[in-house]
Design a protein around this ligand. Structure first.
Ligand SMILES: [Zn+2]
Length: 231
């Protein structure tokens, strides 16, 4: 037994690692979630399905090419505890793992072929500092590892912290959403087909706001990938 394996074995004895989904103790080589739970993930495979539910949700709100979500995010299902772990428990490895799994599924697809750059949905710097990382950036890193696409973090910026949308008129709300994100250097994204990446898509308002801000870049094309879809 190598020294590292011995140390891991000892750490395991004192701090048993359990699957965040089913609670079973993890085997060596498993991280965050057990292979059984990962195998049971309810994949949508909707990257093969133009005009899928996510695309219908976003139609007419921003110009986009394609939208894909890795899994269905159903209550009591396999994905919610993984996303929770990724967002609130320093579960970086889970994010990388799921990003890689999604990337492997996309390899060789028409969805992936035209993409040129990955852009994770940014957090406000205050929020990122609090969490220690941006979960969308971790997913993007996993996707990038498999697909070879470059990740651009830091050019699309979140400039508004926690916008409150209640008690506003429709026009005010629109202005509010439109100004949440900003592109620092539009030249970097000009004429590029970007893959916007986020953890989940629910109402699509965050992705819509990102898409709005990206319109400042001439000739930009946008596709979207999320780990989960909540609808
Ligand atoms: Zn499990």
């Amino acid at each position: 037994m190598k020294r590292n394996e011995l140390l891991n074995g000892l750490a395991h004895l004192f701090f048993p690692n359990v699957c965040v989904v089913c609670g079973r103790e993890l085997l060596s080589g498993e991280e965050g979630a057990c292979l059984d739970c990962l195998y049971k993930l309810p994949k949508t495979h909707n990257f093969k399905e133009p005009d899928n539910k996510a695309e219908k949700l976003m139609a007419g709100r921003i110009p986009f090419e394609r939208i894909a979500s890795f899994c269905a995010y159903s209550k009591g299902g396999t994905l919610p505890p993984l996303i929770h772990h990724l967002k609130y428990r320093y579960g970086k490895n889970i994010g990388l793992l799921l990003g890689r799994m999604f990337g492997k599924d996309l390899l060789g697809s028409d969805f992936l072929a035209p993409l040129e750059m990955i852009v994770p949905v940014p957090l406000h710097p205050k929020r990122e500092k609090k969490r220690g990382y941006n979960q969308a950036e971790i997913i993007a890193a996993g996707l990038s590892e498999i697909t070879g696409l470059v990740v651009s973090a830091g050019n699309l910026l979140r400039v508004v912290y926690n916008p409150t949308q209640t008690k506003r008129t429709k026009t005010q709300r629109w202005e509010n959403v439109r100004d949440i994100f900003k592109v620092a250097d539009t030249r970097l994204f000009e004429g590029k087909h970007l893959l916007l990446v986020d953890d989940v898509i629910t109402t699509g308002s965050t992705l819509e706001a990102c898409g709005m801000a990206l319109q400042a870049c001439k000739g930009v094309k946008i596709s979207i990938a999320t780990l989960g879809e909540v609808f």
